[in-house]
Design a protein around this ligand. Structure first.
Ligand code: NDP
Length: 333
């Protein structure tokens, strides 16, 4: 099995030198295990946090060990009756072409015509569940709300915008980091207005895009975006704090919102969450999302990078904004 390991902990932006590729001889299967040829692996922003040696909701990657993360592949050998050869499975043994472990650690997923297995890492997987839970269970979206989403052309953000519209938002506004992405937001994902945060003045651009203020903010970015949202909120506004990617590779002091008074005077609610605490919503999410995708009410994009040897580049590219929708690596040879 070809596998990618973390060999040193990055400060600021990771570089190729922080990683190495190794070839590992896999032992025979023990009872109740499966061997999987991975088809796709996920690269996700939270993995940057795992490269640091700090306690968090997921433990840090160990140095000189193969990294882990979401992946989907086909079982090629099995000593488990529950997960026979040929099953397509989602599991956590990414960053390698061939994975092996207990069948209890994998989830068998259906093969559906027209839906690539990578969808279980995107629109039918963790990132879309994050959008669903964050919007409905954390921000408590109501009909008629004006919703603002940052990171809106990414895996989570593109789902937030579409789910908001389907669940009755009156106006959906998004921000992203290029003119092409801004065009996608309004032309493909159904946003009512969008702007490029790299043009500057996030607060001013948000005020133009949402002249009557916002009721919900789905925060993927933190920093200046969160500050702008706090200034744009209507009374009883609600923010789902999902991530703060503008700060994941920052060295030194991070910038944060300075206008905290609005939280008090407008009676705002800001709630952080990690999706792992809300997996009880997976069945209702799957039912809704499968119906939406089948009906064409939700469209999704994936940016596919070919080859495990480009997985680190894919991860860094995602952090720099080279993806539209979900960034995945095609590991199948
Ligand atoms: P994306 O697909 O959105 O990819 C990351 C995107 O972040 C890039 O495409 C880039 O788009 C944008 N970005 C990078 N740097 C900046 C910056 N300085 N300012 C603004 N945008 C930036 O990733 P995901 O959808 O997987 O994740 C989105 C967010 O959700 C992250 O913060 C992540 O940590 C969080 N998350 C949280 C979960 C939870 O359980 N709480 C679960 C999953 C994700 P652009 O070109 O627009 O800059």
């Amino acid at each position: 099995s070809t596998q990618i390991q973390l060999v040193s902990r990055p400060t600021g932006w990771p570089t190729a030198e922080n990683f190495r590729t190794v070839t590992v001889e896999l032992p025979g299967l023990a009872a109740g295990e499966v061997r999987i040829e991975n088809e796709f692996m996920s690269v996700d922003p939270y993995m940057r946090g795992r490269m640091n040696d700090v306690k968090s909701y997921t433990p840090p990657f160990a140095l000189d060990e193969t990294m882990t993360g979401g992946a989907v592949g086909r079982v090629v050998e099995s000593t488990s009756d529950d997960v026979p050869v040929g099953s397509v499975v989602v599991h956590q043994l990414g960053w390698r072409d061939v994975a092996q472990g207990p069948a209890a650690g994998v989830r068998v997923v259906p093969e559906v015509d027209g839906i690539p297995s990578s969808a279980y890492l995107s629109v039918l997987g963790m990132t879309a569940l994050t959008a669903y839970v964050g919007l409905l269970e954390i921000a408590h979206l109501r009909e008629g709300d004006t919703v603002f989403v940052s990171g809106a052309a990414g895996a989570v953000g593109s789902m937030v915008g579409q789910i908001a519209r389907l669940k009755g938002a009156a106006r959906v506004v998004g921000s992203a980091g290029s003119a092409e992405k801004v065009a996608l937001l309004t032309e493909r994902y159904g946003f009512d207005a969008a702007f490029n945060y790299k043009d500057g003045d996030v607060a001013g651009q948000l005020a133009q895009a949402a002249p009557d203020g916002i009721d919900v903010y789905f925060d993927n970015v933190g920093g200046e975006h969160l500050e702008a949202a706090l200034g744009a909120f209507n009374d009883q506004g609600r923010a789902a704090l999902c991530g703060a990617i503008s700060q994941y590779n920052t060295e030194g002091e991070a910038t944060g919102p300075r206008n905290m008074a609005n939280i008090v005077t407008r009676g705002l609610t800001l709630q952080g969450f990690t999706v792992g605490g809300y997996t009880q919503h997976f069945p209702s999410f799957m039912a809704d999302m499968t119906a939406w995708v089948t009906a064409g009410d939700v469209v999704f994009d994936e940016t596919v990078v070919e080859g495990l040897d480009h997985a680190v580049d894919a991860f860094l590219g995602m952090m720099r904004g080279e993806n539209v929708g979900k960034m995945v690596v095609k590991t199948a040879r």
